[in-house]
Design a binder for this molecule. Structure first.
Ligand code: FES
Ligand code: MG
Length: 573
């Protein structure tokens, strides 16, 4: 064995061995326990590829993981290493309360510590549902051992009376019609059973699909792997291939910190803008970058947004579903369109650069789904950051999913002080509101007890919905589901619960929104705002313990990815 082979062979079960003076005994003990699982000596001497997965009975998206794990193992074994799977916390988007985001950092800690503490020479991160991929990338970035991401892939669509259905943009469309009285109880029941009918993550360009696409753009996944449907045989072949690549990573310097560089993060922002992707991705990308001493600057995002057209025509902003993106050429075809705008020499997990991946991709592309830059879906990027006295550290508007008729507006604030207040009054027939008003929700940001839920998609008050109002300006410190749409200003930072200016808005105040000017202004004079600030009574928080206490003490604002302060890189500038 030459020196290079020696270096690359991996340490297997002897990695990280605790040594109380007799290393031989420790290894003998560990091997004997591993032997109890039936491994032959030949297997015990192999390098180890860990498979960190998030399968759970509370995660519908991941129900096909056992089959995917088998395929990863096949690839690992064929390439000469030993695959060892282990579970981590799972975050099933719709089953967690108060919101899955609250537990993303907990999952990232689980991933980081378990891949560091257990003996493995490289690791496959298998996730898929919204928060799982960012949590895995955050954990892997912090542990910084060679890692490769694999996602479960998107759900396939189903049919309802001739209409194509996919979670969960169509969920909202049908529910809005039901609220407005246009869909019967019987029909909404039948739609409920058809919205999500296969394994996999939500079928549109929601947060899960956006994060899968960004993981590929960052170089952390194999080319073309983001959009393969969950139930397609290609998904299994990709899992096998991922296992093989994981073995090739052993002993290499292709660690997360070498792949997710500042240039790679900028590539990911470009792709996010070109996808018209989820607003949540900005938070997740900032959190991942923060683990590596990098940041996602919202002013820079605005600059990129001006020169990055939306190219991909998928719901919630367009027409197609993720399975269509896969059939259209997938992320490699999107990267090819963006070629002049990308940092091409970023290295990926396979050792190819992004430029080499683009050159290697088949040139065929479905132009209905992936438009050329010359005739884009929209001229500029899907997201824009707004600043002003109401959001000194920024807020986000998904302009690709909003109504341009509402972009340059001044409106009267109709304020809801909390989620409870919103629930109690939004459908009150006596609510003083009309279609030109701005609905404002306070105390739904990261510091609030609600922990920044996807509540920014405030419902249109039903008395207005019934008269045909489909969109209104809505402003909050909350997030919005990646599958939702509307003229919705999110992530107002700093948030209301931390005493940000959003907390100072009162019913009847005037607010000016200018998407062209990137401004969000509360038209109340400074003296009055100072008076209100002095009178502000900070919400009484009950004493906390356990994870809640960690959360209360450490949570950062949206511009820092809602990570925990103590988890960010120590090398952060
Ligand atoms: Fe898992 Fe939508 S519920 S991706
Ligand atoms: Mg089109």
């Amino acid at each position: 064995m030459n020196e290079e082979e020696e270096k690359n062979k991996g340490l297997g079960f002897s990695r990280g061995l605790t040594n109380y003076g007799d290393r031989g005994f420790s290894l003998y003990l560990r091997r004997s326990f591993a032997s109890s699982m039936g491994y032959s000596r030949e297997m015990l001497d192999r390098p180890i590829v860990g498979i960190a997965h998030s399968a759970s009975g509370f995660n519908n998206c991941h129900r096909h993981f056992p089959e995917l794990i088998e395929a990863v193992k096949r690839g690992v074994l064929a390439a000469g290493a030993l695959p060892v799977e282990f579970p981590t916390i799972s975050l099933g988007e719709v089953f967690l309360s108060p919101t899955s985001l609250k537990f993303r950092n907990l999952m990232s800690m689980d991933v980081e510590e378990m891949i560091r503490a257990q003996p493995m020479d490289s690791v496959v991160l298998l996730g898929g549902c919204d928060k799982t991929v960012p949590a895995q990338l955050m954990g892997a970035a912090s542990a910084d051992i060679p890692a490769i991401q694999l996602v479960g892939g998107p759900m396939s669509t189903s049919r309802h009376r001739g209409e194509r259905l996919g979670a969960c943009t169509d969920c909202r469309r049908f529910w809005a019609r039901y609220r407005a009285g246009g869909v019967s109880d019987e029909e909404i029941d039948s739609v409920e059973r058809r919205l999500a009918s296969t394994a996999g993550s939500c079928a549109v360009m929601g947060t899960a699909s956006t994060m899968a696409s960004l993981a590929e753009a960052l170089g952390m996944m194999p080319a073309g792997s983001a959009a393969i449907p969950a139930v397609d045989a290609d998904r299994l072949r990709m899992a096998e291939e991922t296992g093989r690549i994981a073995v090739s990573l052993i002993g290499s310097d292709r660690r997360p910190s070498r792949i997710m560089t500042a240039e790679a993060v900028e590539n990911a922002v470009r792709v996010l803008l070109a996808l018209g992707g989820s607003t949540n991705a900005i938070i997740h990308l900032a959190a991942i970058a923060g683990r590596l001493g990098l940041s996602v600057d919202l002013d820079r995002m605005n600059e990129l947004s001006e020169t990055t057209p939306v190219l991909v025509d998928l719901k919630p902003t367009g027409v197609g579903y993720m399975e269509d993106l896969h059939a259209a050429g997938g992320i490699p075809a999107v990267l090819r369109e963006l070629r002049p705008l990308l940092h091409l020499d970023c290295v990926t997990v396979t050792g190819e650069t992004i430029g080499e991946r683009i050159d290697a991709a088949h040139p065929w592309v479905d132009r209905e789904i992936i438009h050329p830059v010359e005739t884009p879906v929209r001229e500029n990027g899907g997201l824009v950051a707004l600043f002003g006295n109401l959001a000194p550290k920024g807020s986000i508007l998904k302009r690709a999913a909003a109504d341009p008729a509402l972009f340059e507006r001044e409106g009267r604030a109709v304020v809801f002080s909390s989620l409870e207040d919103l629930a109690a009054r939004i459908d009150d027939p006596d609510l003083d509101v009309d279609a030109d008003d701005f609905l404002v929700l306070q105390n739904a940001g990261p510091v609030s007890e609600a922990a920044m839920p996807e509540a920014g998609y405030l419902p249109i008050p039903s008395k207005l919905a019934r008269t045909g109002v489909k969109d209104m300006v809505r402003i909050s410190d909350a997030r919005m589901s990646g599958t939702a749409y509307g003229t919705i200003v999110l992530h107002v930072t700093p948030d209301a619960a931390s005493g940000g200016p959003l907390a100072l808005v009162r019913n009847g105040d005037r607010i000016r929104l200018s998407v062209a000017g990137r401004r969000l202004e509360l038209l109340v004079d400074d003296a009055e705002l100072d008076r209100r600030r002095t009178a502000l009574v900070p919400a009484k928080r009950p004493p906390s313990r356990g994870y809640q206490r960690l959360y209360d003490e450490q949570i950062l604002q949206a511009d820092e990815g809602c990570d925990f302060a103590f988890l960010r890189s120590l090398e952060r500038s």
